[in-house]
Write a protein that binds this ligand. Sequence first.
Ligand SMILES: CC(C)(COP(=O)(O)OP(=O)(O)OC[C@H]1O[C@@H](n2cnc3c(N)ncnc32)[C@H](O)[C@@H]1OP(=O)(O)O)[C@@H](O)C(=O)NCCC(=O)NCCS
Length: 223
Amino acid sequence: MTRARQIDLTVALRSEHGTTPASFTERRRPHNWRSGLPRLENGLAALRELRLGDGIDLFQAMSRADVTRFISPPPSTVEGFDRFIAWAHRERAAGTNVCLEILGPGTDTAVGLIQFRALEGGFRVAEWGVALAQELWGTGLFTSSARLALQFAFDELGVHRLEARAVVRNGRGNAALRKRGAVQEGVLRQAFFRSGEYMDQVLWSLLADDWRQAQLRAFPPYH
Ligand SMILES: CC(C)(COP(=O)(O)OP(=O)(O)OC[C@H]1O[C@@H](n2cnc3c(N)ncnc32)[C@H](O)[C@@H]1OP(=O)(O)O)[C@@H](O)C(=O)NCCC(=O)NCCS
């Protein structure tokens, strides 16, 4: 995906009290993600690699104007999403992009996307973007999905610093980032062109160590 088509990023790290996912307490072998992405699950959400044939579901999830208002326009046809999926597989094999689809609760249907893009040093510095079907906003699905995706990014991709850019007027995205501890580093003036106008973006960052500390506070290990 070119810079112009990348999806902007929002992190929502709302704590899911009451459960300590095994994945946070077990040491797992590093995954050879360049040959294929694992399915990520925590009982509240499930993510997997984009599947050929899921273009129609992703098209439906991304079709509402509310979803795309502040992000680079996604493909406008099912065929466009099919091409995007094939592109994502090539990029993952090349080690430059990792795209996961969010599955609807209790279903096998893709309802959203989370994308990580390498910026520096492989994935040591990376950027991420996300979009979720509008009817699932505020349900907690993104919170659970983001935790899975972030754990994968920090533990498996080896991300040290994860950046996010959100249009200043995207109140929902920026509120979620701030509330979950991402650090606002500045405003990128007129950095994003959409619907005939330049928009300012907030630059956010999340460091691996900060995220791990926050997870330990939210989910202390059992003794
Ligand atoms: C970004 C996205 C995945 C987040 O998922 P979500 O389910 O909406 O996120 P959440 O509900 O967990 O968190 C959003 C928070 O913003 C708050 N919020 C909503 N609108 C707001 C506004 N206008 N101003 C301030 N805060 C707002 C919500 O109350 C919520 O906080 P809470 O958990 O304390 O209630 C989803 O909104 C989306 O797909 N948006 C369209 C694509 C997009 O904008 N991508 C990111 C670009 S930065």
